[in-house]
Design a protein around this ligand. Structure first.
Ligand SMILES: [Ca+2]
Ligand SMILES: [Ca+2]
Length: 124
Protein backbone atom coordinates (compact mmCIF):
# COMPACT_ATOMS: atom_id res chain seq x y z
CA UNK A 1 0.00 0.00 0.00
CA UNK A 2 1.29 3.41 -0.89
CA UNK A 3 1.62 5.71 2.09
CA UNK A 4 -1.04 8.37 1.91
CA UNK A 5 0.22 11.83 1.23
CA UNK A 6 -1.84 14.39 3.11
CA UNK A 7 0.33 17.41 2.44
CA UNK A 8 -1.77 20.08 0.78
CA UNK A 9 -4.39 17.50 -0.06
CA UNK A 10 -7.38 18.96 1.71
CA UNK A 11 -8.98 22.30 2.05
CA UNK A 12 -11.04 23.30 5.04
CA UNK A 13 -14.52 24.58 4.46
CA UNK A 14 -15.22 28.09 5.59
CA UNK A 15 -14.69 28.33 9.31
CA UNK A 16 -16.69 31.51 9.52
CA UNK A 17 -20.16 31.44 10.96
CA UNK A 18 -22.96 33.73 11.96
CA UNK A 19 -25.80 33.25 14.40
CA UNK A 20 -28.89 35.12 13.32
CA UNK A 21 -31.93 36.11 15.35
CA UNK A 22 -31.77 33.69 18.26
CA UNK A 23 -35.11 33.04 19.90
CA UNK A 24 -35.59 34.30 23.44
CA UNK A 25 -36.48 31.53 25.84
CA UNK A 26 -33.63 29.33 24.74
CA UNK A 27 -31.06 32.10 25.11
CA UNK A 28 -30.69 35.08 27.40
CA UNK A 29 -29.44 38.20 25.74
CA UNK A 30 -26.42 39.99 27.15
CA UNK A 31 -24.70 36.96 28.69
CA UNK A 32 -22.09 34.55 27.39
CA UNK A 33 -23.18 31.39 25.62
CA UNK A 34 -21.18 28.56 24.16
CA UNK A 35 -21.75 28.33 20.42
CA UNK A 36 -20.78 25.05 18.79
CA UNK A 37 -19.95 24.84 15.11
CA UNK A 38 -20.56 21.41 13.58
CA UNK A 39 -19.40 20.70 10.04
CA UNK A 40 -19.87 17.16 8.66
CA UNK A 41 -16.53 15.31 8.63
CA UNK A 42 -14.85 17.72 11.10
CA UNK A 43 -14.50 17.88 14.86
CA UNK A 44 -16.97 20.29 16.40
CA UNK A 45 -15.54 23.55 17.69
CA UNK A 46 -16.76 25.81 20.47
CA UNK A 47 -16.72 29.59 20.80
CA UNK A 48 -18.02 31.61 23.71
CA UNK A 49 -19.93 34.72 22.75
CA UNK A 50 -22.19 37.26 24.39
CA UNK A 51 -25.49 36.94 22.57
CA UNK A 52 -27.56 39.99 21.78
CA UNK A 53 -30.76 40.63 19.85
CA UNK A 54 -30.42 40.55 16.08
CA UNK A 55 -27.44 39.16 14.25
CA UNK A 56 -24.54 37.80 16.28
CA UNK A 57 -21.96 39.14 15.96
CA UNK A 58 -23.62 42.46 15.13
CA UNK A 59 -21.26 42.86 12.19
CA UNK A 60 -18.91 40.54 10.42
CA UNK A 61 -18.65 36.83 11.10
CA UNK A 62 -17.49 34.67 13.99
CA UNK A 63 -14.11 33.16 13.24
CA UNK A 64 -13.95 29.61 14.57
CA UNK A 65 -10.41 29.15 13.30
CA UNK A 66 -9.16 26.03 11.58
CA UNK A 67 -11.33 22.95 11.77
CA UNK A 68 -9.91 19.46 12.32
CA UNK A 69 -10.98 16.90 9.68
CA UNK A 70 -11.62 13.22 10.41
CA UNK A 71 -14.74 12.99 12.57
CA UNK A 72 -16.78 11.14 9.98
CA UNK A 73 -19.56 10.04 12.34
CA UNK A 74 -19.72 13.33 14.27
CA UNK A 75 -19.27 11.84 17.75
CA UNK A 76 -16.55 14.38 18.69
CA UNK A 77 -13.62 11.96 18.55
CA UNK A 78 -11.49 10.71 15.64
CA UNK A 79 -10.98 6.98 16.09
CA UNK A 80 -11.44 3.52 14.58
CA UNK A 81 -15.17 4.08 14.14
CA UNK A 82 -14.38 6.87 11.70
CA UNK A 83 -11.80 4.69 10.00
CA UNK A 84 -14.37 1.92 9.52
CA UNK A 85 -16.77 4.41 7.99
CA UNK A 86 -14.10 5.51 5.54
CA UNK A 87 -13.62 1.88 4.57
CA UNK A 88 -17.40 1.42 4.28
CA UNK A 89 -17.35 4.10 1.60
CA UNK A 90 -14.10 2.91 0.02
CA UNK A 91 -13.87 3.97 -3.66
CA UNK A 92 -17.20 5.76 -3.36
CA UNK A 93 -17.55 8.87 -5.47
CA UNK A 94 -19.63 11.93 -4.81
CA UNK A 95 -20.51 13.66 -1.60
CA UNK A 96 -19.98 11.71 1.64
CA UNK A 97 -18.57 12.71 5.02
CA UNK A 98 -15.96 9.96 4.51
CA UNK A 99 -14.45 12.10 1.74
CA UNK A 100 -12.23 14.08 4.08
CA UNK A 101 -10.27 16.02 1.46
CA UNK A 102 -13.30 16.96 -0.62
CA UNK A 103 -12.08 15.46 -3.90
CA UNK A 104 -15.30 13.41 -4.34
CA UNK A 105 -13.45 10.10 -3.91
CA UNK A 106 -12.89 7.97 -0.80
CA UNK A 107 -9.39 6.53 -0.87
CA UNK A 108 -5.97 6.48 0.80
CA UNK A 109 -5.78 10.28 0.91
CA UNK A 110 -8.79 10.32 3.22
CA UNK A 111 -7.27 7.61 5.41
CA UNK A 112 -4.09 9.69 5.61
CA UNK A 113 -6.02 12.70 6.84
CA UNK A 114 -7.82 10.58 9.41
CA UNK A 115 -4.55 9.16 10.71
CA UNK A 116 -2.99 12.63 10.88
CA UNK A 117 -5.60 13.63 13.46
CA UNK A 118 -6.23 10.21 15.01
CA UNK A 119 -7.38 10.21 18.66
CA UNK A 120 -8.09 13.95 18.69
CA UNK A 121 -11.29 15.01 20.37
CA UNK A 122 -13.49 18.06 20.11
CA UNK A 123 -12.80 20.65 22.81
CA UNK A 124 -16.37 21.31 23.90
CA1 LIG B 1 -15.85 10.10 15.22
CA1 LIG C 1 -11.26 12.07 -0.77
Amino acid sequence: MVAPNVTNSFSSPSSLGEVINLALGTFSYGVSHDLVLRVPGYLAKKQTQIISAGANPSSGLTDYGDLTPGDVNQDDVINTVDLSQVFNFWNATGATTADLNGDSKVNTFDVGILYAYFNQTAAL
